[in-house]
Design a protein around this ligand. Structure first.
Ligand SMILES: [Zn+2]
Ligand SMILES: [Zn+2]
Length: 283
């Protein structure tokens, strides 16, 4: 496979397994006292990284390489796994899962994941208004909240919020922002649709709203769309749980399930319903 940092013009050839080993250490961190869990946690993340690489490979065919090294594809830096506290476990996890990936209908799945679902994952079609793959559907997840509560809150004044929303065409409100109303939540309690009222009053997805807020004010302002919104004078107060978009695998839940003694295969099956764990080469 060939990978090239966007814009650097440098293209590196690297075998898939080495690529996976360098990607996984940047995608999940395992605590200093959790050495006993590290190999299984990285094994699950390795299967996801391999699946994702196979699914999006060729995305940059027109640029002359397979994958870029930024978040657009997967963040990659050569030999970064060696600097991990858990380098030996990472190496063992990748070797143990060599060639394994998740498939649906014979094709690598869209193996999306997030940090902490807050107690229930969400269906892709609800969060992104995309067609949504059948295996990306919301499931209850008691394991992440048992692992860490994931509660957060933040405060933002309407003027700062207005400026943030105006930076993106989909959330543009113009010269005035009067308020925000939650229109719809999904089955797991995540906000999926909001009405903004101002000069313009668009109905927006909660993910578009969240991306506008964090793009302008920082990721800690709105960790997830599993939240409540209250007005306090010129401010809006957001109170929420979890972190990330909530679709696919929940990483804190992954750690919690491995801690509870679940296998890597059971854990992946819990978040990606009905998919197959298959071996490259078809064995
Ligand atoms: Zn890319
Ligand atoms: Zn979770």
């Amino acid at each position: 496979m060939e990978t090239g940092p966007r814009g650097s013009g440098r293209v590196e050839a690297i075998d898939l397994e080495s690529y996976v080993r360098d990607v996984v250490v940047g995608e999940i961190s395992v605590g200093p006292r959790d050495g006993a869990l590290a190999e299984d946690v990285y094994a699950a993340q390795a299967i996801i990284a391999r699946t994702y690489a196979l699914a999006v490979r060729g995305r940059h065919a027109a640029d002359g390489f397979d994958l870029c090294s930024t978040t657009h594809c997967q963040v990659y830096a050569r030999d970064q796994w060696r600097r991990s506290r858990w380098a030996a476990q990472v190496d063992a996890a990748v070797a143990r899962t060599r060639g394994q990936y998740l498939a649906s209908g014979g094709r690598p799945i869209e193996a999306v994941f997030h940090a902490h679902c807050g107690g229930h994952t969400s269906t892709a079609a609800e969060v992104w208004r995309s067609a949504g793959a059948s295996y990306l559907r919301g499931v209850p997840d008691p394991y992440c909240v048992r692992e860490q509560a994931g509660d957060w809150s933040s405060r933002l004044d309407l003027e700062t919020l207005r400026t943030a929303l105006n930076r993106r065409p989909r959330t543009e409100v113009g010269g005035r922002l009067d308020g925000i109303q939650v229109l719809r939540r999904d089955g797991g309690g995540r906000v999926v649709e909001l009405a903004l009222s101002g000069d313009r009053s668009p109905v927006v997805t909660a993910e578009d709203f969240r991306l506008a807020v964090i793009g302008a004010a920082g990721a800690s302002r709105m960790r997830s769309a599993r939240l409540d919104i209250a007005r306090e004078g010129p401010d809006l107060v957001f109170t929420g749980r979890g972190s990330g978009h909530g679709v696919g695998l929940c990483q804190i839940g992954l750690i919690g399930r491995i801690r509870a003694g679940h296998s890597v295969a059971q854990t992946l099956a819990a978040y990606y319903a009905g998919v197959d764990l298959v071996q490259m080469g078809g064995t």
